[in-house]
Design a protein around this ligand. Structure first.
Ligand code: ATP
Length: 293
């Protein structure tokens, strides 16, 4: 147990980081590994390329601080390809759920499995190579557009980059830039809009082709047209991948296969929007009070 800020929060707030794809993620994780993680005891290896993305939390108990249990008994199932929107008030444990899934912290009791394998038996590096993360702030480096997308997959070809860009709805704007895919961005070079950066980040994730996605949904204000492009790009990115979204937009929440409603470190309700509305409980309350305003 320690009380440093959660790595996810650290990454998204301090390093101004958008991360996607195994190769790229490894570099950051190495840094985390060195600085704050316990020795890795996992030895089993998940054949990531064959993974389907089924995930389960089984009676998970966890606290950041020994005498303060946060998760008392969290159970949850994600079927391959499902979209799960994690919602709940501030401090409910949404980020923690994701932190535990990626083994930034070790749980105290219960089990978390991917493809039926206990994640604590896997090496962290192997486990994390199954994940793609798109966090709130986009992270692009000084280089060409092509390099920024190709970063998600080592040895990606120009053709693969273009295919990913098309799926991420950014091929069109890229072609309008002075040097197309060879346009340099960052530093003193071409500046992209926030929305364009997000689309590039999505293209990078698509090229990395992870089985499980972790999204911390951006609440940034972009114009309506860009918003539509981002929504389309995200839908394409989520196709066939199990996705956990710490969701802020009503649209995302309503379209999720499962809404996970958390409060005080426990899952209080699970179901689709219509199921939870019929249930007329915590989620329905939140939804109705939000749409009243
Ligand atoms: P928000 O919507 O505000 O981001 P959240 O639902 O993601 O909240 P978490 O970040 O998972 O909530 O935090 C759950 C609880 O655990 C909070 O009470 C928080 O203060 C506490 N917490 C989070 N990270 C740590 C940490 N590294 N050390 C100690 N306590 C922590």
């Amino acid at each position: 147990a320690n009380n440093i800020a959660s790595p996810i929060a650290l990454i998204s707030n301090n390093l101004n980081f958008l991360q996607s794809g195994a190769a790229a993620a490894e570099r950051i994780f190495q840094l985390l590994d060195e600085e704050e993680e316990k020795e890795d005891t996992g030895t089993a290896v998940l054949a990531v390329e064959n993974a389907q993305g089924s995930i389960a939390f089984e009676h998970v108990e966890f606290g950041y601080i020994p005498e303060r249990t946060l998760f008392h008994d969290v159970s949850l199932k994600a079927e391959p390809g499902e979209i799960l929107a994690v919602v709940g008030p501030s401090g409910a444990g949404k980020t923690t759920l994701v932190n535990l899934l990626m083994r930034f912290y070790e749980i105290d009791k219960g089990a978390i499995t991917i493809e039926g394998l206990n994640i604590s038996d896997l090496t962290r590096q192997n486990l994390r190579s199954a994940f793609g993360m798109v966090l709130q702030d986009t992270w692009l480096f000084d280089g060409t557009i092509e390099e920024n997308i190709a970063y998600g997959k080592s040895g990606a070809t120009r053709e693969e980059v273009i295919q990913a860009a098309k799926k991420a709805q950014c091929d069109e704007f890229i072609r309008k830039l002075p040097a197309g895919y060879d346009t340099r961005i960052g530093g003193d070079f071409t500046t992209l809009s926030e929305g364009e950066c997000q689309l590039l980040a999505i293209a990078r994730t698509i090229i990395a082709d992870p089985k499980v996605l972790i999204l911390d949904e951006a609440t940034s204000s972009v114009d309506t047209r860009t918003e539509i492009l981002i929504t389309q790009a995200m839908e394409e990115m989520m196709k066939g991948r199990t996705t956990f979204i710490i969701a802020h937009r009503l649209f995302t929440i309503k379209n999720a296969d499962k809404i996970i409603f958390m409060q005080d470190g426990d899952i209080r309700e699970v179901g689709s929007h219509s199921e939870l509305m019929n249930k007329n409980g915590l989620y329905a309350n939140l939804y109705l009070s939000a749409s009243d305003n």
